[in-house]
Design a protein around this ligand. Structure first.
Ligand SMILES: Cc1cc2nc3c(=O)[nH]c(=O)nc-3n(C[C@H](O)[C@H](O)[C@H](O)COP(=O)(O)OP(=O)(O)OC[C@H]3O[C@@H](n4cnc5c(N)ncnc54)[C@H](O)[C@@H]3O)c2cc1C
Ligand SMILES: CC(C)=CCC/C(C)=C/CC/C(C)=C/CSC[C@H](N)C(=O)O
Length: 477
């Protein structure tokens, strides 16, 4: 028996976390509940494009794994199309030379890897497969409507104690214990961590595994830009998008029309030059609760809502349309360079984290391949690149554009993930980023928060934090 649905739900943030929550909240609570999504900047959040000479390129979250089933489902449900997001050859630069270069021949590649690293590349693949295999359990739990009240409980339900060890250990520690060599860690693993999370192997082993899956070859993206998923989710969930910055959420008692005094949340927000407010039964916060990012005050809560010190790192995305100075990396003639991604080791003293050729969000043929040797390159760096640095990297360039992000947490395991449940009907989605930040992780958090809110509203305690779910669902089949 379910009680009457809530009248109004607020979601703060229209990134993939907030918009997927809106989508699932609508499915669970039905058509009558009013859902307001507050966004102070642009729908999509860290999914955004930048334009280079009239063509758009992914500047934030760009690649999606073939087993990211929520993102896959959104694309299907929302009638969107996909484009391949990986391809081309990769090389690893150590500050002096390329220590590894991929070959376009699979067999040659394998021989090169075995020659330099023995069978560690294959073992690494198996290690990642093992983490990913367990990860897939979350989809079964969520399709059966099970919810979790903390990130730790969610991770434990997926991968048991092994998963908690992963988030509490550095990738370095974990892989050293598993017998991987220093050479393999510094030449292969650290550069992958650096391109994906701007860090070395000192991040937690779970986000390390997520980062390794992003080295898969069948990655994809949404045609037109990944951010389109967010705007379409808002439309599909029939939520109201409110353009404004949420300033505070206050725990208040309100007497509704013809009713008893009820506990509600007053959301105060600034829209243009006006400050407005409204009351909600349920509030979901779908943005990192760091002062530098969201800056939301929680008023009148007893006990008070603590501040979370999730430290988000700056990553600058820069697109340059130009001709690469390939002699910086290799003595080969520039028309023989052949690499489309350069990963960089930690000891290289390079001012960038990575460099790669990118395709526009319309796919490979847009714009048509250039004939003058220029390409659109994307770099990630900690700091904004100076003109000198750009001219070191490029022999010539026509155009450069950049976007600095507070991109993802700076990982310092052991990780204590912030709570999901901040108050009776107040939920926080982005604590999951302390385990790993990725589009799919936010979509999982959005679905989980929607299910948790629904079950807590209706008193379905048996659907929350169930032990032994994997065994239980196995025997149900
Ligand atoms: C450079 C970069 C590359 C990445 N690459 C990948 C990738 O290839 N694949 C992948 O899976 N992931 C990638 N990620 C990570 C991924 O983009 C994020 O994990 C994901 O987009 C986070 O979504 P979110 O909805 O949780 O948060 P956000 O997208 O940050 O959404 C939060 C929203 O809340 C809004 N907001 C904040 N405060 C307020 C307020 N007070 N009032 C109203 N609105 C507010 C913000 O404007 C924002 O739009 C990348 C991230 C970056 C930065
Ligand atoms: C959650 C699971 C199982 C998989 C997600 C894998 C994935 C696609 C992770 C990407 C994480 C991330 C923050 C990447 C940043 S850089 C991406 C890309 N290399 C680029 O150059 O833009």
């Amino acid at each position: 028996e379910s009680r009457a649905p809530p009248e109004k739900i607020a979601i703060v943030g229209a990134g993939i976390g907030g918009t997927s929550a809106a989508y699932y909240l609508r499915q669970k609570f039905g058509k009558d509940v009013k859902i307001d999504v507050f966004e102070r900047e642009v729908v999509g959040g860290r999914l955004a494009t930048l334009s280079v000479q009239g063509h758009d390129y992914e500047a934030g979250g760009s690649v999606i794994h073939p087993l990211n089933l929520h993102m896959k489902r959104f694309v299907k449900d929302l009638g969107l199309s996909t484009i391949p997001a990986s391809g081309g050859l990769m090389g690893v630069y150590n500050g002096e030379n390329l220590v590894f270069e991929e070959s376009s021949w699979f067999i040659i590649n394998m021989i090169k890897l075995v020659w330099r690293y023995g069978f560690q590349s294959l073992r690494m693949h198996m290690w990642v497969e093992d983490v990913l295999d367990k990860f897939m359990r979350i989809y079964r739990y969520q399709s059966h409507d099970y919810a979790f009240s903390s990130v730790e409980k969610l991770l434990h339900a997926i991968g048991g104690d092994d998963y908690l060890v992963l988030v509490n250990q550095t990738l370095q520690e974990n892989l050293q214990k598993a017998g991987f060599s220093e050479k393999f860690l510094s030449e292969m693993i650290a550069p992958i961590m650096r391109i994906n999370f701007g860090q070395s192997t000192d991040l937690n082993a779970f986000v390390g595994a997520v980062s390794m899956t992003a080295a898969d070859s069948n990655l994809w993206a949404v045609e037109g830009g990944n951010k389109v998923v967010c705007s379409r989710l808002i439309q599909a969930s029939k939520a109201n998008l409110i353009s404004g910055s949420v300033l505070s959420v206050e725990d208040k008692t309100k007497t509704k029309q013809r009713g008893n005094p009820t506990k509600m949340y007053e959301v105060v927000y600034k829209s243009g030059s006006e400050t407005k407010s409204d009351f909600y039964d349920i509030v979901l916060v779908a943005t990192p609760l760091s002062q530098k990012i969201a800056n939301i005050a929680f008023l009148n809560f007893d006990p008070p809502i603590e501040e979370f010190h999730q430290n988000y790192q700056q990553i600058v995305t820069t697109f340059v349309k130009g001709e690469l100075n390939s002699t910086l990396f290799s003595s080969r003639a520039k028309d023989q360079f052949g690499l489309s991604t350069v990963l960089i080791t930690d000891n290289s003293d390079m001012f960038i984290n990575s460099l790669g050729i990118v395709n526009s969000v319309k796919g490979k043929e847009h714009p048509p391949p250039s004939t003058d040797g220029t390409q659109v390159w994307k770099t990630f760096s900690r700091e904004i690149l100076t003109k000198e640095q750009i001219t070191t990297l490029f022999l010539s360039y026509d155009y450069a554009v950049r976007k600095p992000w507070l991109a993802y947490p700076y990982y310092t395991p052991p990780e204590k993930c912030p709570p999901i449940l901040l108050h009776d009907q107040l939920y926080y989605l982005n604590g999951i980023e302390s385990a790993a930040s990725a589009m799919e992780m936010s979509a999982i958090a959005g679905y989980n928060a929607a299910l948790l809110a629904y079950h807590r509203w209706n008193g379905h305690t048996h659907m929350i934090d169930q032990d032994n779910l994997y065994e239980k669902l196995k025997s149900e089949l």
